[in-house]
Design a protein around this ligand. Structure first.
Ligand SMILES: *Cc1c(COP(=O)(O)O)cnc(C)c1O
Length: 434
């Protein structure tokens, strides 16, 4: 039996894998492979869980911001805007895309550990809501450019609380020593004081982000404890009370059967109850609380379909290799950090999965795998292969390595499949070449 993993994945009477109710083999025939699929209904449901939980448990000004580095194209900004989310951007390119899609600038937050003067100017001129200031140099540049433009820019300060949420080291960003933010301990107070004294800048609160694939509220409880204690110290020392506390992103999603199922609404509810109690105890008024989900908004709304090209078997004791027509160019996450994914043979989903193999892409790197050691029905050339939960950090991390055109994104909607991003052409590949 294949692992179905999420409720939007099933198998139809033809033995084909379905996604959001659509036959993935028919979609592959209609739109070609490799192919990214996005389930609009699931996407909107995920947005609504966050929007209603943040508002319901924390109250009025609280909100979820979609961390758009997880998936950035015009359509996703339209949907998240409609669902009442804010957006995090980390570059002028993401900001441009959001604005082109009509995303309300006042709900945009500009992140990043090395914003250039040009980024800062573009953000201020576009009227974005907040910069999340990552360090002293940025604070100085922001103050200088805002003053030049005759503006006062709202900011949050990014602080590192020094928490290890027990996730993979490369996506663990809450430690004291990392390239993001300023440590709460030792430097936080001076950073806040400097912000309060910087002309052109209006300090509104603080931000932290502790990591990714977090399966529960406890790391958020610990982070909020550190941040609220700091906010209390700032109030007592500098006479400044923060209005906004941003707890970052990172709720986990179920890539494989080994990952737990979590109820995100419930986790937000528990976090909110804790934050409210702490504020009361510390004599702080409840700030507007923000969270920044990325993968938990889009990952399980995505699936990638490939066509199998070759099956190599040497024999007993050797790895069997199944190669598909995409790879690290459309999903670099295995090559980067051996990210786990669930793989299924979409064209024969009911056949017995008794062939142990490694699924490789077509890029010329031995580490460019999709997934190691998976069980599939023994594939043949032309079979369609699906990789589940690819909505986050696949398209947004895709490249033209080996001059492979990026696949299209087909949105699966109530009115049928719609091309949300078209497939790149060979002309696109040479468009910038002189
Ligand atoms: C990456 C990131 C997020 C989103 O993380 P997910 O694991 O995708 O939810 C949110 N905030 C910041 C600052 C980030 O760097």
């Amino acid at each position: 039996m294949i692992q179905l993993l999420h409720s939007n994945i099933s198998v139809n009477s033809a033995g084909h894998l379905t996604f959001a109710g659509f036959d993935t083999v028919s979609l592959a025939e209609e739109f070609g492979t490799p192919l990214y699929l996005l389930d609009e209904k699931r996407l909107r449901e995920n947005c609504r869980t966050y929007a209603s939980s943040m508002r319901g448990y924390f109250g009025g000004g609280s909100m979820a911001l979609f961390a758009s580095k997880a998936l950035s194209f015009k359509g996703i900004y339209r949907i998240t805007a409609e669902e009442g989310l804010g957006a995090d951007v980390v570059s002028s390119g993401e900001l441009y895309t959001a604005l082109k899609a009509g995303f309300p600038p006042e709900r945009i937050f500009f992140h990043g550990n090395n914003k250039t003067d040009a980024d800062i100017r573009y953000g201020i001129e576009s009227g974005i809501g907040y910069f999340i200031v990552d360090g002293y140099e940025e604070l100085e540049a922001l103050g200088r450019i805002a003053s030049e433009l005759g503006r006062t820019q709202d900011v949050l300060l990014r602080l590192t609380p020094g928490i290890d949420p027990h996730t993979f080291a490369a996506v663990n960003t809450g430690r004291l020593d990392c390239q993001f933010g300023v440590p709460v301990l030792g430097q936080g107070m001076d950073f806040a004081k400097t912000a309060l004294e910087t002309p052109g800048v209006r300090l509104r609160g603080f931000h932290c982000h502790i990591g990714s694939q977090i399966f529960g509220w406890v790391p958020f409880r610990d982070a909020s404890d550190i941040m609220l204690s700091f906010m209390k110290e700032v109030k007592d020392t500098l006479g400044y009370e923060a209005e906004v506390l941003n707890l970052g992103g990172g709720f986990g999603i179920r890539y494989t059967e080994d990952d737990p199922v979590i109820d995100i609404g419930e986790q937000i509810g528990k976090t909110a109850a804790h934050v409210k109690a702490r504020c009361e105890k510390l004599g702080l008024s409840l700030p507007a609380v923000l969270m920044e989900p990325g993968r938990s908004i889009v990952a399980d709304a995505g699936m990638t379909i490939y066509t199998v090209g070759s099956v190599k078997t040497i024999g007993e004791g050797y790895t069997n290799f199944v190669s598909v027509d995409g790879g690290m160019s459309d999903n670099p996450r295995y090559a980067l950090y051996e990210a786990p994914y669930t793989v299924a043979l979409a064209s024969r989903a009911n056949d017995r999965a008794d062939f142990l193999c490694t699924v490789a892409g077509r890029c010329c790197e031995s580490g460019a795998l999709i997934q190691k050691d998976v069980y599939l029905p023994r594939p043949v050339r032309g079979d369609k292969l699906a990789v589940f939960c690819t909505g986050a950090y696949n398209y947004s991390m895709a490249s033209n390595y080996n001059r492979l055109p990026r696949p299209p994104i087909v949105m699966l909607t109530a009115e049928g499949p719609k091309i949300a991003v078209r497939r790149e052409t060979f002309e696109d590949l040479t468009a910038c070449d002189m």
